[in-house]
Ligand binder design. Sequence first.
Ligand SMILES: *Cc1c(COP(=O)(O)O)cnc(C)c1O
Length: 347
Amino acid sequence: MFDLNKLVRQNILSLAPYSCARNEFSGTASVWLDANESPFNGPYNRYPDPLQKQVKERLSAIKGVDAERIFLGNGSDECIDLMYRVFCQPKVDNVVAIAPSYGMYEVCADINDVEYRKVALNDDYTINVDALLAATDERTKVIWICSPNNPTGNAFPVADIERVIKGFSGIVVVDEAYGEFSSQPSMRFRLNEFPNLLVMQTFSKAWGSAGVRLGMAFASEAIIGLFNKVKYPYNVNMLTQQFALDHLAKLDDIKAWVDTLLSERTRLINSLDALPQVETTFPTDANFVLARVVDADDIYKHLQAQGIIVRNRNKVEKCLGCLRITVGTPEENDAVINGISNYGTEQ
Ligand SMILES: *Cc1c(COP(=O)(O)O)cnc(C)c1O
């Protein structure tokens, strides 16, 4: 049922990729005169490793995924864009996604001139697997699932995700940008079972490195090979690769950050639930809370006037009246709780 070569765009299948100097020779040598680099200003004079082998080796041990099944990009955003450029013929192919979900899937579809089909989540934010599969046709190349989902916060049951993967012959992307905050197991351990699965993770959230721009994709060697063929040769710069190696030596710190955020998340939810200005908070497996409030636009402005910025999701489908609040430090969380609690109390 799954035939990768039938999914890939014809021009990408037949593409002869650019072969950079560091691809043609990457062994050891004492005189490097092959890449028109400057001999001065080391180490920055040299082009970086195009396949980021050292970082992938470390990640492979940490994530339990073979290095050949890991792609690194300039944020998850690069992985999202590559899904379109590798698989979707503009004006011909389409993708299907849950809605609401992360905005970049649709923006990248628009940029690549690919039809984006939205399938609404149920009112309780559960996934409608049958509707999702029913929205696909023979030109559907990708189904986007974000779990835990942004902006709703919930993770979807593994059984639902499995049904989507098994019921679809294109690629299913599971975006686990918030996976570290969820008690559900990562789908990256299921790559052997599902050749049509791609899992995305990122350095931007639990790993505290949004400014660095480093995203990961895990998939079959064949899919990762296609990504490597299409990406810019030196898509992850030397500074980022060095940062990643240093950062991956601090996993204990990262674990402590996540633990702090998880306990703060519970405290934030409990505090919000006690406020008359908050109608409901939705269950979350992420580092943010979606809250339905009495007047989202007005409370948003009220918070902003106090220098507190949250995300107003009032105009997003199924999120009417909702604010999305990121879990911060205890002090930041106190500030937002106090800010909401004093709304409507000024005379
Ligand atoms: C924040 C976020 C990302 C991260 O994107 P980067 O480009 O890696 O910073 C990916 N997916 C979702 C759903 C997000 O909310």
